[in-house]
Design a protein around this ligand. Structure first.
Ligand SMILES: [Zn+2]
Length: 125
């Protein structure tokens, strides 16, 4: 085999090796994307399960006993955050000269008889 044929064969081998490496890298990237995408879907389903459990059982003491300490702890943390949000919203409302509608949570002008967002009757002192 002369030198040019040998070089040609080696270049051809390098070329197919490069194609294989590129294909492998592309396949790996696709698999990584699948892992990330499916993990994201699982996380969203966990969030839905958690939110559903919270909504259904947050006031059910018997069920909270069954669910256990971790759930009760998580429920309490959610309640604590909700209270902080409500307090901050109330402060914002007061700074704007308003109050918070207990039904829809929007800011309502203090003198209003009704919430201009949901129509709830507001008590005026
Ligand atoms: Zn309202």
């Amino acid at each position: 085999m002369d030198i040019f044929n040998k070089m040609g064969e080696e270049l051809s081998n390098m070329g197919s090796e490069f194609v294989k490496l590129t294909k492998d890298a592309t396949d790996t990237a696709k698999q990584h994307a699948t892992v990330i995408s499916e993990n994201s879907k699982i996380s969203e389903q966990y969030r839905i399960i958690g939110e559903t459990l919270y909504k259904v059982y947050k006031d059910d003491e018997e069920m909270k006993e069954i669910l256990g300490e971790d759930f009760v702890d998580a429920f309490n943390k959610i309640e604590s955050s909700k209270q902080k949000i409500a307090d901050s919203k109330e402060t914002i409302a007061q700074n704007k000269g308003g109050t918070i509608c207990p039904d829809c949570g929007n800011i309502v002008i203090k003198e209003s008889s009704f919430c201009n967002h949901c129509g709830r009757k507001m008590k005026n002192d």
